[in-house]
Design a protein around this ligand. Sequence first.
Ligand code: FES
Length: 124
Amino acid sequence: MALQRVCRSEELLDGRQAVPFDVLYDHQPVRAFAVRHAGRVYAYLNRCTHVAMEMDWQPDRFFDDTGQWLLCASHGAAYAPDTGECVGGPCRGGLVAVPLTERDGVVYWRAEPPFERIEFWKNV
Ligand code: FES
């Protein structure tokens, strides 16, 4: 299992701005985001279950004004931040969770199936 750095723990504040990162999911590059809710960190693919679109309503903003729910900007689907479960709006099922580890003040995502690290090759 390879740990991939997302950010420092202090960059994720409860109910606030997300930190984006990229993963390979089923061999396709997909944007993902990490948030903090009730003190714990969670991450999901940035892909609404209504229509497979990115959800942020401003860059890296997913939480509603209360900081309790993750909202999709397109048609208002609402998801629980701790489970990714659909709690309202037109979503069909829950968000895809990306496994995280928080250790020594750093948040990592875990590159384990079906998630892989994106490799960047240089032309030589
Ligand atoms: S695309 Fe997210 S609610 Fe429609």
